[in-house]
Design a protein around this ligand. Structure first.
Ligand code: NAP
Length: 304
């Protein structure tokens, strides 16, 4: 039996694995996509300490994975965790091709993008509607795009797209931003970025691809049309905690409640990264939580 199962290979899960492996534990990470999590959707991270000129999300993800993959006691299981069950003295995680048993479990599953649920959004997904600027921005070279949202993701997406697309419209429902001021200032320095404030999209239209977005002015209720080739949605995240909601404590937004040791209400199950209740969701905080979770899982297992 394994010592530790970690669910999710984002920065939190990979850091937890690093600490647990260095303490001598055998560790499996269950990850449904590629290792890296949200790092893979971020072009450049400028607020991760130690990188004066920033670091590419892809590079940081690759290096984090190479560091843990070098351990003999590590394995990556490319699958989706469906359920965690507590047995007499261990845990079973159900995945689609069977089960994984271990002495402790760390949940580091993060979230996935929220949808707006407006007409045309589903119809044009992959045909102009995107939830990942880094993945799809390339297809909009010299085209006109809209980014929806006012958080750090929307601001970073708009900055990224400003150097690819001809025009970028940032559509946000308020006139102040949830994201950092440093990103707002940077965004405003681009001549091809236009802020469309106190407005919300109400419909995405087109023929085979997106060609138009209808936006409603929240002060006047007037609806106007904007011609765009692409719509990038960055309106927040839904937590990947559905599979543990019956066994662990979650808040109203799906975040797992943990203590300062990253321990959940169930002894032996820890959580870290964006999935937990906390005030600041950053790569640096994910790495910090991950280190604590990995070390605390080691201490828990040592006392069994
Ligand atoms: P977020 O901070 O929750 O922001 C979501 C944005 O979308 C908000 O501006 C919100 O408007 C808007 N929004 C939500 N629902 C909407 C709707 N139905 N219609 C129109 N607009 C809607 O999400 P995020 O930007 O994805 O960031 C998630 C977390 O990751 C945050 O903690 C963020 O700081 C962090 N993050 C950090 C970095 C970085 O530091 N480099 C980069 C990316 C993300 P309101 O503001 O009016 O609520």
């Amino acid at each position: 039996m394994l010592d530790l199962t970690i669910i999710g290979a984002g920065p939190a899960g990979m850091t937890a694995a690093l600490y647990a492996l260095r303490s001598g534990l055998s560790v499996a990470i269950i990850e449904q996509g590629a290792p890296g999590g949200q790092l893979l959707k971020t072009e450049k991270i400028e607020n991760y300490p130690g990188f004066v000129d920033g670091v590419l999300g892809m590079d940081l993800a690759t290096n984090m994975f190479m560091q843990i993959n070098a351990f003999e006691n590590f394995k990556l299981i490319n699958d989706t965790a469906k359920k965690i069950s507590k047995n007499a003295d261990n845990f079973t995680v159900n995945i689609s091709i069977g089960t994984v048993d271990s002495k402790a479990v760390i949940v580091a599953t993060g979230g996935y993008p929220k949808t707006l649920d407006i007409p045309g959004e589903k119809q044009f997904a992959g045909k102009g509607v995107s939830y990942c600027a880094i993945c799809d921005g390339f297809f909009f070279k010299n085209k006109v795009v809209a980014v929806i949202g006012g958080g750090n993701t929307a601001l970073e997406d708009a900055i990224y797209l400003a150097s690819i697309a001809k025009e970028v419209y940032l559509i946000h429902r308020r006139n102040t931003f949830r994201g950092s001021q440093i990103l707002v200032d940077k965004l405003k320095s681009y001549n091809n970025v236009h802020l469309v404030l106190e407005k919300v999209p109400v419909e995405i239209k087109g023929d085979t691809k997106v060609s138009e977005i209808l936006v409603k002015d929240l002060k006047t209720n007037e609806i106007t049309s904007m011609f765009v080739n692409g719509v990038f949605l960055a309106i927040g995240q839904i937590m990947n905690s559905e599979f543990v909601k019956d066994s662990l404590d979650t808040d109203g937004l799906g975040h797992i409640v943990v203590n300062e040791k990253m321990a959940s209400v169930t002894s032996g199950i820890f959580a870290c990264g964006d999935i937990i209740t906390k005030n600041l969701r950053q790569v640096s905080t994910a790495v910090g939580d991950g280190a604590i979770a990995g070390q605390m899982a080691y201490e828990y297992i040592s006392q069994l």
